[in-house]
Unconditional design. Structure first.
Length: 274
């Protein structure tokens, strides 16, 4: 019922998933800082998430974490599981999973990945996801996971159609109040869930991402920003103070920088005053 990718970029771990199944984000993905990430699907067993992550945290390999889940489970032939740890990865497809079902795992310089799916249109879905993952090396974990998921969907995806999608990822110091949650985005019921997920991820990055490509608020740029903020009613005090007031109202606080204006905040301000 599902296609998913579990991935690692350095200290960041996460899962992206899509399915003709609503609320898939409540069932499939899990990740833990400093430990790894896991996806449980097909006839999913939610307890696999904690079992696998606990095993990884105790220092076992991803393959052994899979065994810890499936070994004592009498219904393992109907399960599917992807696991990525700090230095290992594994994918498991039970022989009774509905066709087409299968997966692939591997490791590159930035970390491991495990891709799996069931009730897919064919193996081309998993193959497209792997190509997209490997081809996006150098991008952020969230962007790479999303790119792989979209590629799998475009290659055929879930043979029954689209309904739910989710992406959950963790990274030290990331997210709101540096909580470590890089992304926790769900599309519970949407006719084009993978693309709606991609849209929400862009919004998530704008709301919770760290400042990047910061430009000093001086000269022409300061005049432009001040004029745009004044047009929105933020014309009291210095430009930096007006920017902080507007950014707070729009929930862009995590992208504020004492060194100037973040590139994505500047783009959002220009869009708001176009």
């Amino acid at each position: 019922m599902t296609l998913s990718i579990v991935g690692q970029v350095g200290e960041a771990f996460g899962v992206a998933v899509a399915s003709k199944f609503p609320f898939v984000g409540a069932v499939v993905p899990a990740a833990r800082l400093g430990v790894g990430a896991v996806a449980t699907q097909a006839m999913a067993r939610v307890s696999y998430r904690d079992v696998a992550l606990t095993a990884l945290g105790e220092g076992v390999s991803a393959a052994d974490a899979v065994a810890a889940c499936t070994g004592p489970d009498g219904d393992r032939d109907h399960r599917q599981l992807g696991v990525v740890g700090v230095d290992s990865q594994a994918t498991y497809t039970g022989p009774q999973c509905l066709s087409w079902a299968g997966g692939v795992s591997g490791r590159e310089a930035s970390g491991g990945y495990a891709i799996q799916g069931n009730i897919l249109t064919g193996p081309e879905v998993v193959e497209a996801m792997e190509r997209a993952w490997l081809g996006s090396a150098g991008a952020s974990l969230s962007d790479r996971l999303c790119a792989a998921l979209l590629a799998g969907d475009e290659a055929g995806g879930d043979s029954r159609g689209r309904q739910g999608a989710a992406l959950y990822a963790v990274q030290p110091g990331a997210g709101y109040d540096a909580c470590g949650v890089l992304a926790d985005v769900r599309v519970d019921d949407h006719p084009d869930a993978p693309r709606e997920l991609a849209r929400l991820l862009r919004l998530n990055d704008l709301m919770f991402g760290a400042p990047e490509q910061v430009q000093p608020l001086v000269g022409v740029l300061a005049s432009e920003v001040g004029a745009r903020l004044a047009g929105l009613g933020y014309d009291d005090g210095a430009v930096a103070e007006a920017l902080a007031a507007w950014a707070s109202a729009e929930n862009y606080e995590t992208r504020l920088s004492p060194d100037g204006i973040d590139a994505k905040v500047l783009a959002a301000l220009r869009d708001a005053t176009a």
